[in-house]
Design a protein around this ligand. Structure first.
Ligand code: GLA
Length: 730
């Protein structure tokens, strides 16, 4: 049993394989956080509570004689508002009289078998008997605002999920200016935060810094989780490394604007608050209404960052991704975007498909430009009707020809966007986000459709349903190529405009849910100008996401490295593209482009008709290799052997199958040395007493030798040389 309740003491302990979490309702009804960390068995951690008379930290009225008791210094499960806790708050309610206050007190609890669901939003799910749920009920007596805290515990995967649910038990509307999903107080110690920053074409680059006094926010106000900041942070002990030390992860299962706030307080405690972004957020909670916040996934590791990453990777693969491709090998695809951009015909596509077939590629993906009047990125989005003139026939005819070659067919869409010159815009200008009287801000010549409106979601569902049901389409690339500005819904009154961004996300999730339910066999790949919405929310609908628009293999080493801290390699769409690379102009050998792309959901994105015979031979070999290696990459454990951002000589990373019988050791030389020293790594995650054979050289090594002594690569010269050694247990 992973949830223990001591009813008399109102003491709650959550256990996972390698962590314990404890809190209790104190004698005054406050829900005090006691502990999160390495397992503590049945210990009662209340002996750790610390009180001091802290100047200028106020006391609740009923406890005015107890100067040591202040919400400002108390470790809590969820911080209220305006009652003496000056640190980060979880909620900011405003009542009919303009007052703002929330003083939550414990009401009761319920223990539930299985995993709770989050209304209208993606969340972790139970595959059967893996999860337990605890719900704690709290209430602000004066206003009638009720708060339920949900805890989902998955013992074997070492995760605890949380979300907060607000209910208005009063007869007036309560305006929520903030409604965070969870708070986590770490009462003692110094902590580093590792977060994942970036930009279009360079997403999720890890940045580590000590959490200073004051408030720091990792957030996106862009209406998307964004390239710039991922909704995932790690708090690590300053001495924590890949292989040792304590660290906590907090990952939002949400794809819109978010905020993860951190504060180190006057008494040195650290508070993390995570949830929907507060910028312009204002939710009107009417009498009797309930508001669900998105889920946060917490995990703890006492054995370094790689254990934490592997917990998240396994969880996302098994308990977030869905559909038949969740565990199955994904088709090796050729995408025509970097091969043709908008400049293609049906014949050109067919020629690429023929070449693909001869190389062993399994699917052709037709990217942007097949519909409406879209021949560049200034027009067409919204008119989801096939451009038969451009294709030289109808789409089904083209698909049949591609299928006859033995290839599957996939299609790109960007349903959430609209271009002004389109028919759809002429018919429904009010369906796009724009503010009356102002010229809208343009992003890639497009506006965003108002998915907070049900009729817009219904329209998109019908259009896409129509395309998918009338054509033999086995894969959909779901793109979104700008961030939100001019957020205003013509369908909502003034006082509800603060709800629009979140209502948009609910509309998007509804649309994706309906489509993935209607077409359960289709493989969806998420995309937002590459990895601009690479988050756990989108992974619920699409088990893979195009990792970045930067296909330069050397940059991809950093991008995929950063992404791996929270997300599985099976989710990282990764393609071999042309040289010189279209984003950077750099030339990297075909073999290295292959090794990097094979650490992901593999494919090609270049004009196959322009390849040299040697390149074609190399591609045939890559495809054979990928078939042998993909299960280890997709389902195995991963090990970051070097720091791909900081180490400038070479990058090395490793995968080990779950049963420990196979391993892949990857290396790319970034900066070859004159008079070089050896490129040495110690492997990890092998069985000490097993013998592993390098299947290319036939040489055999013991697991203990590879892990303790390590492996020294031979000297490699030239630009970006690489190797992947496949070890198999004898
Ligand atoms: C985005 C995607 C690309 C491609 C283009 C098409 O940038 O990330 O892969 O699909 O759109 O316009």
């Amino acid at each position: 049993m992973s949830i223990h309740v001591n009813e008399q003491q109102k003491l709650f302990t959550l256990h996972t394989k390698n962590s314990s979490y404890q809190f209790f309702a104190d004698e005054h009804g406050y829900l005090e956080h006691l502990y999160y960390g390495a397992p503590i068995g049945e210990a009662d951690m209340r002996y750790m509570r610390y009180f001091s008379d802290c100047g200028f930290s106020p006391n609740p009225y009923d406890l005015r004689g107890q100067r040591q008791f202040s919400l400002d210094t108390l470790s809590q499960e969820y911080s209220g508002y305006g009652c003496g806790d000056f640190r980060l708050n979880g909620v900011q309610p405003e009542y009919a009289d303009g007052s703002r206050s929330a003083d939550f007190h414990y009401q009761g609890y319920e223990k539930i078998q299985g995993k709770y669901a989050v209304q209208g939003m993606p969340a972790c799910y139970d595959n059967g008997g893996e999860w337990e749920t605890l719900r704690i009920d709290l209430k602000d007596e004066v206003s009638g605002l009720e708060l339920q805290l949900y805890y989902g515990v998955c013992e074997k995967l070492d995760v605890i999920t949380r979300c907060a649910v607000f209910h208005n038990g009063s007869s007036d509307t309560i305006r929520l200016h903030k409604a965070a999903s969870a708070c986590l107080d770490l009462p003692f110690g110094d902590w580093d935060v590792i977060h994942f920053q970036g930009r279009h074409c360079m997403e999720r680059i890890p940045q580590r810094q000590r959490i200073p006094h004051g408030i720091q926010t990792i957030s996106s106000q862009r209406g998307a989780s964004s390239h710039q900041h991922n909704p995932f942070v790690i708090l690590a002990n300053p001495s924590t490394t890949e292989t040792a030390g304590e660290c906590y992860g907090a990952m939002l299962v949400y794809s819109g604007s978010f905020a993860i706030e951190l504060e180190k307080s006057q008494l040195q405690s650290t508070r993390l608050v995570a949830g929907i972004g507060t910028d312009s957020f204002l939710w009107n909670l009417k009498e009797g209404d309930t508001f669900w916040t998105p889920e946060v996934i917490f995990s703890f590791s006492n054995s370094g960052l790689e254990t934490l990453s592997n917990s998240y990777q396994e969880l996302l693969r098994k308990n977030v991704c869905r559909g038949p491709y969740k565990n199955a090998p994904r088709p090796i695809l050729i995408n025509n975007w970097e091969a043709t951009y908008f400049d293609f015909t049906g014949e050109k596509l067919l020629n690429i498909a023929k070449e693909a077939q001869s190389l062993g590629i399994e699917m052709l993906v037709l990217d942007d430009g097949w519909f409406g009047t879209r021949n560049d990125d200034t027009d067409g989005l919204g008119d989801w009707f096939v451009n038969e003139e451009k294709l030289g026939g109808n789409l089904q005819q083209l698909i049949e020809k591609i299928n006859q070659l033995g290839l599957k067919f996939g299609l790109w869409v960007e349903p959430e966007a609209i271009c002004i010159p389109t028919k759809l815009y002429q018919q429904h200008p009010d369906w796009a986000f724009q503010i009356p009287g102002r010229k809208p801000t343009m992003g890639r010549c497009e506006l965003i459709l108002d998915l907070s409106r049900k009729e817009v979601v219904d329209y998109l569902y019908e259009r896409i349903h129509d395309i998918l049901s009338n054509h033999h389409i086995e894969y959909v690339k779901w793109d979104m190529n700008r961030h939100m500005t001019d957020v205003f819904s013509a369908a909502l009154p003034a006082h509800q405009q603060g709800e629009v961004k979140h209502r948009y996300m609910l509309g998007l999730y509804d649309l994706l849910e309906r489509l993935t339910q209607a077409f359960p066999e289709i493989l969806f790949e998420g995309c937002s100008g590459g990895g601009g919405r690479f988050d756990a929310g989108m992974l619920y609908y699409s088990p893979q996401i195009w990792c970045s628009d930067d296909t330069d293999a050397v940059h991809r080493l950093q991008i995929q490295y950063g992404t791996s801290f929270g997300y599985p390699y099976s989710a990282m769409g990764s393609h071999v593209s042309a040289v010189p690379n279209h984003q950077t102009g750099r030339s990297v050998p075909m073999s290295t482009r292959g090794i990097v792309a094979m650490s992901g959901a593999f494919g090609y994105e270049l004009d196959l008709q322009q390849l040299t015979p040697q390149d074609k031979e190399e591609i045939r070999l890559q495809i054979q290799q990928y078939r042998k290696r993909s299960a280890i990459v997709s389902n195995g454990r991963q090990y970051r052997l070097t720091n791909a951002v900081e180490d400038r000589y070479f990058t090395a990373w490793q995968f080990v199958s779950q049963d420990g019988t196979e391993a892949l050791l990857n290396l790319v030389v970034l900066n070859p040395q004159a008079n070089p020293w050896g490129m040495h790594v110690r492997l990890r995650g092998l069985q000490e007493d097993a013998q592993y054979k390098d299947i290319a050289s036939g040489k055999v090594y013991s697991g203990a030798a590879l892990m303790n002594g390590g492996y020294t690569f031979p000297t490699m010269q030239g630009d970006y040389a690489s190797t992947c050694i496949h070890f198999v247990k004898e």
